[in-house]
Design a protein around this ligand. Structure first.
Ligand code: G
Ligand code: G
Ligand code: MN
Ligand code: NA
Length: 255
């Protein structure tokens, strides 16, 4: 079976699943939310990573159905596993959205899925990638504005890697910026990286935006971010993306 038709057949089945990575406070390690990251359990291939099929799905349009399934799974998983764990009850889930999903009915579909799963809109974040936005900025803005009115938050993903980050901040309704991991890796070894990070944190403060630092892999990076007042971090140091049934064990929350 070629990848195209195999992916088509995977839609609506449990071959497509969500893994989750915690987003935490670097000061006390309390869990604030989770990013949902898609995986494809393709028969005969094992667990396939998104880089190997999301670009294809964007080209052939399957991303719309995949995105809906993913959003539903992510909302359901959050409801189910946070219902049993007191400390996670206020956590949000952050779902990646491809530009090709932002059609006119996107707002309705999202609200429908929130309604069906019972997840309050305030507990959903939609992550939009800078590089994915180039198509139609006006339409994107209208859709995101409607979602924000409903209480859903919007994050600008991979911030700092696109060539028009600042332009997007001016034109799009954004609540959160996710600082790309290329700024975090050299943070404790390269003064320029630290200076750039300070600029981004100041920018976020001036615009009253929240910040999530991505790709935190060491205790030193976490401490440096904590010291700078960055209140949300994500990365292997705090937890890798895992299946939801493994999350409470990874976080040490099992009794
Ligand atoms: O774990 P990582 O390999 O999970 O993810 C690689 C890339 O795939 C990231 O850029 C991420 O944004 C993207 N990605 C992961 N899950 C999804 C998804 O559900 N939808 C879309 N559109 N992109 C995703
Ligand atoms: O949506 P986005 O492009 O931000 O996707 C996040 C990607 O980063 C996923 O592929 C995820 O598995 C990966 N990731 C998460 N934490 C770390 C980390 O600490 N280091 C590295 N190198 N990658 C990470
Ligand atoms: Mn993301
Ligand atoms: Na990112």
């Amino acid at each position: 079976l070629d990848t195209d038709s195999a992916l088509h057949q995977a839609i609506g089945t449990d071959q497509l699943l969500a893994h989750f990575q915690p987003i935490v406070d670097p000061g006390d390690r309390s869990v604030l939310g989770f990013e949902a990251l898609i995986r494809w359990n393709r028969p005969g291939h094992g667990l396939v990573q998104p880089d190997e099929f999301i670009p294809l799905a964007q080209e052939n349009g399957l991303i719309v159905a995949i995105g809906r399934q993913m959003l539903r799974s992510a909302c359901q998983a959050l409801i189910e596993w946070t219902a049993t764990t007191e400390s996670l009850r206020a956590c949000y889930v952050s779902v990646n959205v491809a530009a090709a999903e932002l059609h006119d009915d996107y707002h309705d579909r999202v609200l429908q899925i929130l309604d069906e799963t019972g997840l309050p809109p305030e507990r959903l974040v939609l992550e939009i990638t800078e590089s994915a936005l180039l198509t139609d900025i006006d339409r994107t803005r209208q859709i995101l504005e409607k979602l924000r009115v409903a209480g859903v938050r919007v994050a600008l993903d991979d911030f700092g890697t696109g060539y028009s980050s600042l332009s997007y901040l001016r034109q799009l309704p954004v609540d959160i910026i996710k600082i790309d991991r290329s700024f975090i890796g050299p943070l404790t070894t390269t003064p320029r990286a630290a200076a750039l990070l300070d600029v981004v944190l100041n920018l976020a403060e001036a615009l009253e935006l929240s910040v999530v630092a991505e790709g935190v892999e060491t205790a030193e990076q976490a401490a440096a971010l904590d010291l700078r007042g960055c209140r949300s971090v994500q990365g292997y140091h705090f937890g890798r993306p895992v299946a939801p049934e493994r999350m409470t064990a990874q976080l040490g929350l099992d009794e």
